[in-house]
Design a protein around this ligand. Structure first.
Ligand code: ATP
Length: 199
């Protein structure tokens, strides 16, 4: 699996629709200060489901929508799509190519898409579980993140190892099963209460 392309439109400094194509080997993005290099990494983080404006170096989520310049008016929405080659089927989906997209409007309305089909944030998160690619994954190492990992709590470091070992999805499933079990227990208590009232 590898990243084939990133398409951005209306995201931060990218007012025009633009597609970055990636090929074999290492790709470097170079440019003057403030030209938008980090915005490319922010776009990937965002499409993977980042919910924190701070992580995207903004104050509020609306800050990721192109805010206009002296010569160009602001945009009403931001759109990012990443396309991954999935011919090795590392992503648990039958397609050889997977495009994950996210769009947000100034009104706050937003949507996620997997291969053009509308889906939930949870579906995007589940797709990338244990691949290291999710927004909490280790495939995007931001400035200062190494220091944070080294000086962080052991539990936080453990999360990285869990992701690399591929056990996060099992942990998540266990949590969901435990939550469902607890809800069923509460339902049983209620039924028993009602039964004892009737008897
Ligand atoms: P450096 O080399 O200094 O780290 P960089 O190339 O990584 O810089 P970025 O931090 O990616 O640059 O981009 C910063 C630019 O993005 C600034 O010029 C800023 O005005 C612009 N920018 C950020 N958000 C928006 C937005 N919502 N609308 C328009 N422009 C934006």
């Amino acid at each position: 699996m590898y990243l084939k392309s990133i398409e951005v439109h209306g995201f931060k400094s990218f007012a025009n629709k633009i597609t970055f194509e990636f090929h074999d080997g290492i790709t470097g993005i170079v440019g003057p200060n403030g030209s938008g290099k980090s915005n490319v990494a922010d776009a990937v983080r965002w499409v993977l489901g980042e919910q924190s404006a701070k992580q995207l170096r903004g104050a509020k989520m609306e800050d990721i929508i192109f805010s206009g310049t002296e010569t160009r008016k602001s945009m009403g929405y931001a759109y990012v799509a990443i396309t991954l080659n999935n011919s090795d089927h590392k992503l648990p989906i039958e397609f050889d190519e997977v495009t994950v997209a996210r769009r947000v409007y100034r009104s706050g309305e937003s949507e996620y898409l997997i291969n053009g089909n509308s889906c939930r944030l949870r579906d995007v998160q589940d797709l990338f579980l244990d691949t290291g690619i999710g927004k909490e994954g280790y495939s995007i190492i931001g400035q200062g993140q190494i220091d944070k990992i080294l000086s962080g709590k052991p539990e936080d470091r453990r999360e990285l190892f869990d992701e690399a070992a591929g056990i996060v999805k099992f942990k998540k499933r266990k949590q969901t099963a435990e939550k469902n079990l607890e809800e069923e227990k509460q339902n049983l208590y209620r039924i028993n209460d009602i039964l004892s009232e009737i008897e």
